[in-house]
Design a protein around this ligand. Sequence first.
Ligand code: TIU
Length: 222
Amino acid sequence: MGEIKAEPFAFPVKHDQLALIVIDMQRDFAEPGGFGASLGNDVSRISRIVPDVKRLIQGFRYAGLPVIHTMECHRPDLSDLPPAKRNRGNPVLRIGDEGPMGRILVAGEPGTAILPELAPVDGEVVIEKPGKGAFYATGLGEVLQHKGIKQLVFAGVTTEVCVQTTMREANDRGYECLLAEEATESYFPEFKAAAIAMIRAQGAIVGWTAHVDDILESIAHA
Ligand code: TIU
């Protein structure tokens, strides 16, 4: 068993039980005309983490460790979209509406796709999720159990919404969680900083946080 340099203290890594989970690196959150932009956000922040997410994915692939991708999206008939989610806020376009990249956050539409630089390769699991957390109403728990995964490295967007929600779900299910700091982003820099601080506070109450270089250094020796 090795260690990854992390906060609030070293992460006790078990490489044979470790997977990377990349949360919602979709065009809908990163490009103009998508869901993130429809909520009034500056989406340019999201694209800036693509190189760090990419080298993390490549490191896991090279080490032969699982890479799991998630996508926030809904069925075309919107039967998995509660009115409470569709009607939230005051967006320009709502989930299911036709936008410049197709229907907002609907499975199979161009805007819902994972960014091409980070696209899954053959054999990688892609979890389509209707909620902010990746365990709710998905098969993620069974996939992890089947693969013998007990530790998760997290990347993706947004830090305080889908990433943190999934980390909390995972924490309650007994997984040890490590967030890759440069490979996650928020539309609000202060929310990213706050999420990182609250995740690792109180002796890693939700999980650890680490730099991408330190994670890659560890798995290079896996
Ligand atoms: N993936 C994810 O975080 N979904 C969101 O809706 N995030 C926002 O910050 N809006």
